[in-house]
Design a protein around this ligand. Structure first.
Ligand SMILES: [Zn+2]
Ligand SMILES: [Zn+2]
Length: 256
């Protein structure tokens, strides 16, 4: 058995010159040799590099944290690939799409057809705070995040590994509670570029580091640094609390 996290895209808020927006592939090969693939977020630009690592039309599930374009815009691209691309003539099962209530409406807004909820591609399963669901070997727990739109953080457990993906969130008790049970945290530091910030949007490097340290988690991958800033000072902030923290980079593969 092996489980890996591949950084498909990690640029915060907009795609950057070297990275698509948030998208992370969790792959788990079970004892029978079958590899299961789950994607956390499909932000703008992510469908491009995702094709380096897997066949997107064959994903086992897509989990989306919230409806901001840097996290969900390429649901529209995946829908197009399924309808008109390599998935067109193949009898593939619908892809489970998990996310906050109303996420399916974003697909129609992206495509320009408001009646279109991606129903030819996705089996939408809304999640709310406290929900626990299973996709193949993955056990997925959702927690309410603290962000201007409905947003969820996820604890994904497979085998002996538990990964917390924060999505976008300010510090809050709900996400802290999942962090306490995680082995690895894939955490956002979207406020790297500002000293003084409005409440309830993002973490800065200090806050992310404190969250992981207080949870006792030493395996910390820092992501969603705004695409237009140098991430080095943010990593230094995080490492004051968690010395082994690393910065997410496109193409990185991390063993879970
Ligand atoms: Zn974001
Ligand atoms: Zn957001």
């Amino acid at each position: 058995m092996s489980t890996t996290l591949t950084i498909v895209g990690c640029a915060g808020s907009t795609a950057g010159p070297d990275s698509a927006c948030s998208s992370y592939l969790v792959s788990h090969t079970d004892t029978a040799g079958r590899t299961w693939r789950l994607v956390l977020d499909l932000g703008s630009g992510a469908i491009g590099p995702l094709q380096r690592y897997c066949e997107p039309v064959g994903l086992d599930a897509v989990l989306v944290s919230h409806g901001h374009p840097d996290h969900c815009a390429d649901l529209g691209a995946l829908d197009v690939l399924r309808r008109y691309g390599p998935g067109r003539d193949v009898d593939l099962p619908l892809i489970p799409l998990l996310g906050p209530e109303g996420l399916d409406r974003r697909i129609g807004q992206i495509s320009g057809d408001l009646d279109d909820r991606g129903a030819e591609t996705f089996d939408f399963r809304p999640l709310a705070h406290g929900d626990v669901t299973r996709i193949g070997p993955f056990v997925i727990e959702a927690a309410r995040a603290f962000h201007p739109v409905p947003a969820l953080a996820y604890l994904v457990t497979v085998g002996q590994s538990s990964l917390l993906y924060t999505g976008d969130t300010a510090r809050c008790a709900e996400v802290d509670a999942l962090a306490a049970r995680a082995h690895t945290i894939l955490g956002e530091a979207g406020w790297a570029h500002r000293e003084i910030n409005p409440p309830g949007v993002h973490l800065n490097g200090d806050e992310l580091g404190q969250m992981a340290a207080q949870a006792g988690v030493s395996s910390l991958v820092v992501t969603h640094v705004a695409s237009w800033v140098d991430p080095a000072p943010t990593l230094a902030q995080v490492q004051r609390h968690v010395p082994g923290a690393v910065l997410a980079r496109p193409g990185d593969v991390i063993a879970l």
